[in-house]
Design a protein around this ligand. Sequence first.
Ligand code: ADP
Ligand code: MG
Length: 249
Amino acid sequence: MLEVKNISKSFDSLRVLKDISFNVEVGEVVAIIGPSGSGKSTLLRCINQLEKADGGEINVDGVNMFHTENGKAAYAPSKTLRDIRLKIGLVFQNFNLFPHFSVNQNIMEAPLHVLKQPKAEAKANCEELLKKMGLETKGKSYPCELSGGQQQRVSIARALALKPQILFFDEPTSALDPELTGEILKVIKELAKEKMTMVIVTHEMAFARDVANHVIFMDDGYIVEEGTPEEVFGQTQNERTKQFLQRFN
Ligand code: ADP
Ligand code: MG
């Protein structure tokens, strides 16, 4: 579903991503863990076309997003980039809902105006998603009237409304009070059961261990270690991984 090869990215002289490579198979859940500042968000932003990588190659569902030519990233034509963007959903740490739109409007905006879905179809999908998220009574509410956990469930519904083939989460529970974290993790677990392909940046180690098929540990712009949850959490021999995981014990 996703091939990331030798991605590099700098902000001026700061090298943030250094030769990052990994694959995500259809139906797989990949957890990315690592200290703050290690490049996790930048990696997700490069894959989601919110940042431009300096070099490397990314393929989504077998389609090339960019590759390196003469030492520079050469991007696919804008039509291809748009098609790729529609296959990818991203859920942010801070929800990023449109504050002046109701819940329904937030969820239906892209289906109506990007996918050009008929209104009845967009509305029916929206209602189904709200039900799935346990928010069937909140369609007419505004984001400011909802708890953080509810807002995050709306933003997951909004991402799902575009029927993405792969869904990325960037620390989806970091902005939430601890008692609201569980409801989001439960929703993500449900999606994993339905075989949604997902890449999740998280500091919830027990959750990552439980839900992921594959774990990637990033530090200082590198993938330091990757493997099954058992390999990374259970029996790592890597000193940097050990040191990082100790903080959570
Ligand atoms: P993480 O998500 O793992 O905490 P980030 O990808 O947000 O890490 O950041 C990695 C490094 O890149 C940090 O040193 C951060 O300060 C820097 N960085 C991130 N975004 C920008 C930007 N837009 N401009 C300059 N530096 C940035
Ligand atoms: Mg981050």
